[in-house]
Design a protein around this ligand. Sequence first.
Ligand code: ADP
Ligand code: MG
Length: 261
Amino acid sequence: MSLITLSGIGKSFRSREGRSWVAVADFNLTIDNGEFYCLLGPSGCGKSTVLSLLAGFTQPTTGRLELAGKPITGASRDRGVVFQGDDSLYPWLTALENVEFGLRLRGIPQKERRERAMEYLELVGLRGQEDKHPTELSGGMKQRVQIARALANEPKILLMDEPFGALDAQTRGGMQAELRRIWDKMKVTVVFITHDIDEAIVLATRVGVMTAGPGGTLKKTFPVEIPGDRTRADPRYVALYDQIHTQVREEVLRAATRRAA
Ligand code: ADP
Ligand code: MG
């Protein structure tokens, strides 16, 4: 059985003037347990909207949205969310206290939550950094804290919205390798948004491309069947990149034409 089902999902927003704006329309996708699904598409096509529907932060206007056969009606700790920026970390708490935060809310005793938080900080390579505050950590380290915090709740699904988008290229490459390792070890299902085709190919089991908005929808999904190291030295990598790039470019051009009209 599929873990996540989006069936005929539409999401409209009402502007302050009362006009309706269709962000996402007729979006259909199923994701299996253990997949690493990357979603690509031009800016404004509705990627973050889809993610926030999955998180349960907003409700769809139309369609059916299910997790393990049950409708998603709100946020829950079975879905951990990691955002692009670091402003979701509490600046007055240390790395350890940030990771512990959700566990504390759940009433998990101090010793146990401390142990669990340390375990996840270790997993993301932050052993020895636990007493630092967010301002004392680099961009990559802050994203690691966010990932540790999400994983500490032992979610079924990790929802990530351009989590490495603000990092420099070297740090991003390291974080991608780290995330693949964690995904492999934890057997968690990941839905990952990016606008970087290389990032999608390096990480994903499948890559979905969305159409330009308004009414962004899923255009095409590509399985990534490249064993071993995924680099440009592999002709299968280059061929897949070209196919995905063709689809993305078409939609980026469409978005630009619509903006100009
Ligand atoms: P992406 O993440 O692909 O860049 P978004 O999902 O953020 O795109 O946005 C899709 C469209 O929906 C955009 O036109 C955006 O302006 C609009 N939108 C998103 N959230 C809201 C909201 N809360 N209220 C009104 N419009 C919104
Ligand atoms: Mg977005």
